[in-house]
Design a binder for this molecule. Sequence first.
Ligand SMILES: Cc1cc2nc3c(=O)[nH]c(=O)nc-3n(C[C@H](O)[C@H](O)[C@H](O)COP(=O)(O)OP(=O)(O)OC[C@H]3O[C@@H](n4cnc5c(N)ncnc54)[C@H](O)[C@@H]3O)c2cc1C
Length: 433
Amino acid sequence: MNAPYDAVVVGAGFAGITAARDLVDRGRSVVILEAGSRIGGRTYARPFAGREDLRVELGGSWINRDLQPGIRREIERYGIALTEDAPPGSAAFLTDGILRSFPVPVGELGDLERAVGHLRDASKRIAPSQRLSSQPIRDLDVSVDEFIAPLDLGPATCDLLYATVAWYTGADPREVSMLGFIAQTAGFGHSPYGFFGALTERFVGGAGTLLDRMVDQSRLEIRLSHHVARIEQNVDGVTVRTCDGQSVQARSCVVAAPTNVLRRIDFAPGLSADKQKFLAENHQGRAYKPSMVVRNVPPRPFALGMGTLQAICLGYELTDGSCVLMGFGGEGAARLDPTDQGQVEAAVREYYPDAEVLAVDAHDWNADPLFDGTYRIDRPGQAYDFLRAMNEPEDRVVFAGTDLDDSVWRIWIEGAVNSGHRAADGVSVILGR
Ligand SMILES: Cc1cc2nc3c(=O)[nH]c(=O)nc-3n(C[C@H](O)[C@H](O)[C@H](O)COP(=O)(O)OP(=O)(O)OC[C@H]3O[C@@H](n4cnc5c(N)ncnc54)[C@H](O)[C@@H]3O)c2cc1C
């Protein structure tokens, strides 16, 4: 095979674009095939439906340059402008069925302290700078209930933990592995409070401003609306075929599509038995993130609890006294149509009884066939082995994407950038053989 490209990259999200850009930096010829009609994948900023004056981020948006070195380097390289959120001006908690201004009743303060200490201690077993799958932490790949069983926590403290896990995972907190949550705590400097206050920076104009700069400056070749259906490889190279019969040949391939959808790509020869098993099982991450224009809420609100939405925070304030709020919930934790104004208003009123929701907008990541869910959230016992299996190349094919990032920043933009670098390194080894 006389392949025209050194590498073909499948998927134009942060992982695929980082991998392609790194390879172009090293003098390699690369083409990116993207199934959708835009780049950016799970980062997606566009005008609020029916309100051209408002711009909302329907996917990934918050970052922290101090804690996330990968994204910091990109921001510095391309001179990207950021904005910093002001801290919340008020808080509401829905725990043990009661609406409160402090997360637990006074009688459970000791439980809260023990829960925080238990999580912090577990996180200290994880070195944030090292690959997760190289650390002896398999025993942390357990359910939330198993993790907290020795603590005998009161109901409000349990709900606080469940709500934080549900907010982070977009899943039923009783069905997910604690490994990612504990690793995330390590990423926050071993501080469980990081979930509430660490990610406060956002891109002016959306995360796409950075991606556009990466694509433009490296003149990356991207073919939109190229939905990859089959990846064939032999000793000479890789042939990638799209659903509509087009094909591209290259000496190597980076598969940077969400792991949720990899089971719909036909690999020849087939993937390892481990990969096939994990991809067939799929996972629990099915979050929704409604953006909503709201009146009659306290200034800069923040809400957390086991409500229909497990968290609500400020998007930005508007000049007429209303504001744009972001809601977070998981399909597995409570059912909600994030585009139904009445349902969303009822969910917001669980925290703010006087709130008036004037408009809602959301992208349904779970129904979108290019994503089929939000980010990879494993069941207990799945997380550790998944990382090992998916980070193994299949001869000339390597895998990338936040879902399989082997770091404490898995599932975030930072994780996508990390795994893009790693995939470029993997391809460089293949091309150098
Ligand atoms: C609602 C929501 C909120 C989030 N909030 C945050 C946040 O605040 N901060 C943060 O850091 N992260 C957040 N994230 C996570 C962050 O957006 C992701 O981690 C990151 O964008 C993933 O990048 P990726 O390149 O791994 O995958 P993606 O961005 O999903 O890119 C994969 C690409 O592959 C394409 N594709 C799929 N199938 C095929 C195929 N067969 N052929 C070709 N192309 C294909 C897709 O269209 C997509 O463009 C959020 C995500 C969601 C969904």
